[in-house]
Design a binder for this molecule. Structure first.
Ligand code: F6P
Length: 415
């Protein structure tokens, strides 16, 4: 590389997203980039010329190691949708003028399917205008719903945390006895894809039965059947634990969380704010059966639990960051790095690049035959797919009993 690189983070954060940032930084420097800039709050911040020089923040090897162990987007994130090129060229001209000013050779965007829309549009604009900057996507999302890649960095760590927490929740349920039993509903993120909710089954093993029921968003949810199932289970067990996706919907497409309250917040990509599914279902069961219920929303804990990160995930996140820079340096543009699984046992995975037009805005769902016939649990194929991704640990750097993170850039944390 002869000139500069700029990197941004976009969409929902993960426990591994900063490991990709560390991979981008290290590889860009190793390949000769003069400066590696970080956009603050992705392309939205770039439009306001908000960026930092990463060399001011990653000064030592220890800083890089801390960055890999720091959850949430170090640079700040955004959910910003670029207009279509024909709708508003001014936005594009502004971005490209900033890139020219910073002498940018490669633009790397770490994100999910919505963020790949940004790479797609910017790389298209570069082709239209004959601009030499290269645009490469670096995959990231706990949802694991990106097309053409075996899995996405961020998913393995979230799955590990979810499987572990589920196991602890199940244990807790058996401690206290309630006259009519207790039903605990655990709500997991993932919008329209059930990869994360299915990961609750990782709790199952010799010492744990796993959740009693798992409901993925891919399969329409029937409230009556659910009530009947729980009632039947309570005849045999004192504590029932149910995993539900935040995005489960009834037959007519209504989100279960909308049955309780209407959803007012919708983001730039048209995604409704999903929350409250567990609490709606817990009230429903309490009303129907009269037993004790509890609703647990794992919420942001599942995507920021870097203390429980998967080693495989953190290493792969670093690897895809490096592969993105390498691809740009070798002349690719309009592509995203994908992970390609070579074998399950021993687990081996490599990287490739694929056309971002085939990835942006698409959603990879859990195959129907990885869920049982009734739609209430995942199959052994699902477990075999996820298991390798949660292996190994990354020890946090503990200071005074609490994990140490790399300082948030003050440009982000102060007004
Ligand atoms: O994009 C990943 C994700 O974590 C989804 O699983 C979830 O629905 C969404 O982000 C939540 O986004 P926000 O933090 O913007 O509410």
């Amino acid at each position: 590389m002869e000139r500069n690189v700029i990197v941004g983070q976009s969409g929902g954060p993960t426990a591994a997203i900063n490991s990709s940032l560390a991979g981008v930084y290290r590889t860009a420097k190793d390949r000769g980039a003069k400066k590696v800039y970080g956009m603050l709050h992705g392309v939205q911040g770039l439009l306001e010329e908000k960026y930092i020089d990463l060399a001011d923040h990653i000064k030592t090897e220890l800083d890089a190691e801390l960055l890999k162990r720091t959850p949430a987007a170090f640079l700040g994130s955004c959910r910003y949708k670029l207009p279509e090129i024909h709708e508003n060229r001014d936005v594009y001209d502004k971005i490209f003028a900033i890139l020219d000013k910073l002498d940018i050779e490669a633009f790397i965007y770490i994100g999910g399917n919505d963020s790949m829309d940004t790479i797609k549009k910017l790389s298209d604009y570069a082709i239209i205008t004959g601009h030499p900057t290269r645009f490469i996507g670096c995959p990231k999302t706990i949802d694991n719903d990106l097309a053409l890649t075996d899995h996405t960095p961020g998913y393995g760590s979230a799955a590990k945390y979810i499987g572990t927490s589920m196991k602890e929740i199940i244990r807790d349920g058996f401690c206290l006895e309630y006259e009519k039993g207790i039903v605990t509903i655990v709500e997991v993120m993932g919008r329209n894809a059930g990869w994360l909710t299915g990961a609750t089954a990782l709790s199952e093993g010799e010492d744990c039965e796993g959740p009693d029921l798992i409901y993925l968003p891919e399969i329409p949810f029937d409230l009556k059947k659910f009530g009947d199932k729980v009632r039947k289970l309570l005849e045999k067990k004192t504590s029932i634990v149910v995993a539900v996706s935040e995005g489960i919907r009834t037959d007519d497409g209504t989100y279960v969380c909308e049955l309780g309250n209407s959803i007012d917040f919708v983001d730039a990509f048209g995604h409704k704010q999903l929350s409250g599914t567990a609490s709606y279902l817990a009230s429903f069961i309490a009303g129907e059966i009269g037993c004790k219920t509890r609703a647990i929303e794992l919420s942001t804990l599942q995507r920021s639990a870097s203390h429980a990160a998967s080693r495989v995930d953190i290493l792969e996140a670093y690897q895809v960051g490096g592969a993105a820079v390498k691809a740009a340096d070798e002349g690719d543009s309009g592509k995203m790095v994908v992970l390609q699984r070579l074998s399950d046992d021993p687990y081996q995975c490599g990287t490739e690049v694929k056309d971002v037009h085939k990835i942006a805005n698409d959603e990879k769902l859990v195959p129907r035959d990885w869920v049982n016939k009734e739609g209430t649990y995942v199959t052994s194929e699902f477990i075999s797919y996820v298991r390798p991704l949660i292996q190994g640990d990354v020890s946090p750097v503990m200071v005074d009993g609490i994990p140490r993170h790399l300082y948030t850039p003050k440009e982000l944390s102060h007004k």
